[in-house]
Write a protein that binds this ligand. Structure first.
Ligand code: HEC
Length: 440
């Protein structure tokens, strides 16, 4: 129960077979060099006195819309077309997918090793002077623009391949502004707010990323584990920190919680949120060797007008505490609590306290993996109650969690009353101003 509480804060923390049943798709004039309908149909190209047009508005990445292909020429009565969509950034690559209609079909051609779809008439259409095909198209996730290539045959209906008028055209469309592109707020990357919410990170520390369009819906990491390894994507949502995929526990449209991957890099690192093939602008985060912070959410009852209290919990079965549930050290309204006395052992949770090693002195992974053995922080952690140093009976990553440090702190011989608690890692104070009320 107790460790669940801390984690709850973290969660917050192509053949010639072609015929009138459909043009061979790969005859739209698209890259790399596929040619057009005149590969088989003898006729003029774009000079028959008619026209071919593609009609499409801007697109929403991933969303379906109707594309219209209009072919017009006087005195013609049998019409056919083919259409393909390519990424603006790579015109040999498919952009999205087509859905076959009642008189259209989909064919695929292999370009550069990948299948690229075409939509074409099936069968050819009888009409007088003009016809318009409506094609259902699902846009790609790539917001970088799409180029359509189409070819049309306004045929003379002589049932042979001569005397036709062939037309080709292209249309480029852009993604609609403000689509699904994720965006990180200014100042929107902080360490877990329940742990002080400082605007800096370290290997293994938990970050909260605030912004818009970060995820299509609420997603949690519960089912994403591979053995003890945490997922680095929740569906199509992921975060890169200094180009490394970050373990990710939680994502909503407005917030993502990630752990900083373990790497020696310090200084300014780039945080980028990816959603499908879209990504946010990079947010620059200051990454330090360590960014220690302990659990002390700035909310009642742990925060009053002028003091921030440390969250310190009693182990199970502590006299004076309820038999089940969290029991806090202090005198707090609305939660089970009792004043701690010298000699009591209190459990304090932290993030960002740097490397740990096991009993044999081997370093353990501090990011992306559930810890299964007892361990201790490589640098010493100290708790002072006023001027008096406390003994720590455990100072390491909490077994069965990821990136959550646990400190078992024995209350020293200090006078009753509200006492300032100083926490340091190595020789540096962690920078949170914290208090605890001691009893006697
Ligand atoms: C590989 C050869 C080939 C290519 C390329 C080709 N066609 Fe055809 N097409 C044929 C054959 C063969 C027929 C059958 C002859 C017929 O029925 O008149 C045909 C028939 C048609 C017809 C029916 C004409 C009629 O008089 O009934 C239409 C319309 C048509 N093609 C459109 C196209 C369009 C549009 C393209 C380019 C996107 C295209 N074809 C590309 C081989 C081809």
């Amino acid at each position: 129960m107790r460790t669940r509480l801390a984690m709850a804060f973290l969660m917050l923390p192509f053949s010639l077979a072609a015929n009138s049943a459909g043009a061979p798709g790969a005859a739209t004039g698209a890259p790399p060099s596929e040619g057009n309908c005149t590969r088989c149909h003898a006729g003029t190209v774009n000079s028959g006195g008619g026209s071919l047009a593609i009609e499409a508005s801007t697109y929403q990445p991933g969303q379906r819309q109707t594309i219209r292909v209009r072919l017009t020429q006087e005195n013609r009565s049998r019409f056919g077309f083919a259409l393909t969509a390519r990424l603006r950034s790579n015109r040999q690559a498919a952009a999205g997918t087509f859905t076959a209609g009642s008189d259209t079909r989909i064919s695929n051609d292999v370009i550069g090793g990948a299948q690229v779809p075409y939509v074409t008439h099936s069968p050819a259409r009888n009409a007088q002077g003009t016809t318009t095909w409506e094609v259902e198209w699902t846009a790609p996730n790539d917001p970088g623009g799409v180029v359509f290539y189409a070819a049309g045959n306004a045929a003379n209906g002589n049932f042979n391949n001569g005397g036709d008028s062939i037309y080709t055209t292209t249309l480029e469309i852009a993604a609609a502004a403000g689509g699904n592109r994720p965006s990180i707020n200014s100042g929107g990357v902080v360490t877990a707010t329940a742990f002080g919410g400082a605007g800096r990170g370290a290997s293994g520390s938990w970050l909260e990323i605030y912004g818009s369009n970060l995820s299509p819906e609420e997603r949690r990491w519960d089912s994403g584990f591979q053995g003890d390894n945490a997922p680095t994507a929740l569906g199509d949502v992921s975060v890169l920190i200094n180009n490394q995929p970050a373990p990710i526990s939680f994502a909503t449209p407005g917030q993502i919680n990630v752990q900083v991957p373990d790497s020696p890099a310090t200084g300014n690192v780039q945080v980028v949120v990816r959603r499908g093939t879209e990504q946010s602008d990079a947010f620059t985060l200051m990454k330090l060797a360590e960014a220690p912070a302990v659990l002390a959410p700035a909310v009642a009852p742990f925060r009053d007008n002028d003091r921030q209290f440390l969250v310190a919990l009693y182990p199970p079965n502590t006299p004076g505490c309820p038999a089940t549930g969290d029991c806090f050290a202090g005198n707090f309204a609305g939660v089970a609590s009792r004043l701690p006395r010298p000699g009591d052992t209190l459990i304090v949770y932290g993030v960002g306290f740097g490397p740990v090693q096991n009993e044999a002195g081997q370093r353990l992974p501090i990011a992306g993996q559930i810890i299964r053995q007892l361990n201790r922080t490589v640098q010493p952690v100290r708790f002072r109650f006023g001027q008096t140093e406390a003994q720590l009976t455990y100072s390491g990553l909490a077994p069965n969690f990821i990136g959550l440090y646990q400190f078992n702190v024995v209350v020293p011989q200090v006078a009753a009353g509200v006492t300032e608690i100083e926490v340091s890692l190595g020789s540096t104070n962690i920078g949170q101003r914290l208090f605890l009320q001691i009893g006697q």
